[in-house]
Design a protein around this ligand. Structure first.
Ligand code: C2E
Ligand code: MG
Ligand code: MG
Ligand code: MG
Length: 282
């Protein structure tokens, strides 16, 4: 009968809630010393142009805790809540720039994309922090791309635009990550002074079934607002072809490469460069 069911279900949800809460508390505790214990590392996912040539890497955080890889989707929000993301984010920036500097020394114009959380961007020291890192590693500013989300532009527009333009004066580029998944009104989008939008994977996933109209609309909008476009989460050759037809200039996704461990990113790069220079003389 129906009668007995509700208390049981209620108990079930309670257990699940309790389990989730416990896990959060455990991870939070573990995150306190994770930086000092060297548990974080960065992996690097290639971004390619229309010809398939690599133009940049996106640095993505990994956390190995008790023999397990915990997803950034789980631990980044925890560090945002505790404020720890400010310190850890600055480690990410430094580490990514260290890699970028080394890549830059060995060769061409490769860019590095670094995800920046809102909390980190709001921090008073952020602009100085970026400037210091660029100087320390002697990186041309335009090779550093900061990925922020639409919600950054939602409030305190004066302060945000001021910080964005201070960094752009050093050449630093801005991308809006997960574009299309936020709640930005068109007027907010019009006032974003940014360089790239990254069309979220959720719009790319179904283009074979649903067609390209949304992607095309984002592409048209970007052209008139002078943003360039990166398609995220490209997984199949068919998707790549459709996006190419649409004129999307940059793509990223498992189809081209999964995120790579640092050493493998260097290997990927040197192969790419060898291929490029051999085709020049072909
Ligand atoms: P994101 O910045 O949108 O990064 C793209 C995510 O999609 C990455 O997941 C990447 O591994 C995954 N991905 C790339 N290509 C494909 C594909 O073809 N198919 C599928 N299914 N997935 C693909 P990851 O590494 O788990 O990172 C998740 C999110 O965590 C990132 O989303 C970003 O928001 C956040 N994150 C990662 N590293 C950092 C960091 O250093 N700082 C901050 N603030 N956030 C970070
Ligand atoms: Mg990103
Ligand atoms: Mg993204
Ligand atoms: Mg995304």
């Amino acid at each position: 009968s129906q009668k007995g069911k509700y208390p049981e279900r209620f108990a079930f949800y309670n257990l699940e809630l309790e389990h989730n809460l416990r896990r959060k508390m455990t991870l939070n505790e573990a995150l306190k010393g994770a930086l000092e214990r060297d548990e974080f590392r960065l992996v690097y996912q290639p971004i390619v142009d229309a010809t398939g040539q690599i133009v940049s890497f996106e640095a993505l955080m990994r956390w190995r805790y008790q023999e397990q890889e915990i997803s950034p989707v789980e631990f980044i929000p925890l560090m945002e809540q505790s404020g720890r993301i400010v310190q850890v984010g600055s480690w990410v920036l430094e580490e990514a720039c260290k890699t970028l500097a080394k890549m830059h020394k060995t060769n061409a114009e490769i860019c590095m994309c670094v995800n920046i959380s809102l909390i980190q961007f709001y921090d008073k020291g952020f602009v100085n922090n970026v400037n210091r890192v660029i100087e320390r590693y002697a990186i041309p500013g335009h090779l550093l791309h900061l990925e922020v989300t639409e919600s950054l532009f939602q409030s305190e527009q004066m302060m945000i635009n001021e910080k964005v333009s201070q960094l752009q004066q050093c050449g630093v580029k801005f991308s809006v990550d997960d574009f299309g998944t936020g709640y930005s009104s068109l007027s907010v989008i019009q006032n974003m002074n940014i360089d790239y939008i990254k069309i979220d994977r959720s719009f790319i996933q179904h283009i074979e079934q649903k067609g390209l109209s949304i992607v095309q609309a984002m592409m048209n909008m970007s052209n008139s607002l002078n943003f360039s476009v990166i398609a995220e989460g490209v997984e199949t050759e068919k998707q790549r072809q459709l996006l190419e037809k649409c004129g999307i200039p940059y793509m990223q996704g498992y189809y081209f490469s999964r995120p790579l461990e640092r050493a493998n990113a260097f290997a990927y790069l040197s192969t790419a460069i060898a291929e490029e220079s051999s085709s020049e003389f072909a």
